[in-house]
Design a binder for this molecule. Sequence first.
Ligand code: ATP
Ligand code: MG
Length: 315
Amino acid sequence: MTPDPNILCFGAAHFDRTLQCTETFVPAASNPVRTLHRKPGGVSRNIAVHLRLLGNNVAMLGAVGDDGDGDQVSEALSTIGIDTGLLMKIDGMATAGYTALLDETGELALGMMNAEVYDLLTIDRLEPHLTDLQARPWWLVDANLPTESITWLAKNKGPTKLCAATVSPSKAARFKPVLGELDLLIANRAEARVLTGIEIKELAEAKVAVELLRGKGITDVVITLGAQGVVSSSSSGTAFWQPLPTRVKDVNGAGDALYSGFLSAYSKPDASFEAAMASGLAMASLTAETEGTTVWDLTLDAVKERASKAESKTL
Ligand SMILES: Nc1ncnc2c1ncn2[C@@H]1O[C@H](COP(=O)(O)OP(=O)(O)OP(=O)(O)O)[C@@H](O)[C@H]1O
Ligand SMILES: [Mg+2]
């Protein structure tokens, strides 16, 4: 018998498509294109999949439309053992998706995000499941959920740990009303700016920002600074972490991977913040060495080996 999922991931699961014009891009016209790729994406999905590949018992609460993409999203999650009992199929809606159109030179000509179906993850749809939701000790909530639903979850979390994934600068603001209820926040510098008003260029500014967020009542705060590394603040103080040595191939999804590595380690009994940071940095590094957002051939040994090299410096 598989144990009950203990980490419940709320938010986006969809496909990202990239198309490229085969001739000069002409706006407001039919352009011949080739499809470069179609890949699964969505912050909550990215985190859930790595959590599962790291051996955790994971469930996903999200929304898909009644279309082929939705069926594929759902099947891809359940195939690897993620519980999709709370993934809602909404009649008459299309599954969310990001489509990038590149011009003939490879520059972005148009980006389109349809996230309408996530606006339907309303309190009305969550409320009937409250007992089930509260039975999970860890919630990972991405900012694709409507603000009202995020606020409702924060109010009803009980002893469950509420972990926030900010998604993008525009969506990060949805966590503003509930900062004091968060147990964990991991954000990149642009998202942290929205939440603090601080433009983070140097480590000194990152230190002010993480401490300000912690001062609002968030138990643990992590701000990621791309190739510069990470600044963290927890009950053990404020620290800087250098990125682990990485042969960078594709940094897409490195932030989501850091989240999954952190949460995988932190949700274990007797976990330390430092061990969770090391695991997060290891997952970010392994993902940056991989094309795409998912390291499908992940091994616990590879994560452990890389994590052993993580070092922090008190700020
Ligand atoms: N060029 C790089 N070299 C080494 N490590 C990197 C690089 N870029 C990112 N990382 C690692 O990944 C972590 C997260 O990266 P970043 O701050 O860019 O997150 P992000 O903006 O949320 O990314 P995404 O949204 O694409 O997942 C960094 O803290 C670092 O450890
Ligand atoms: Mg990110």
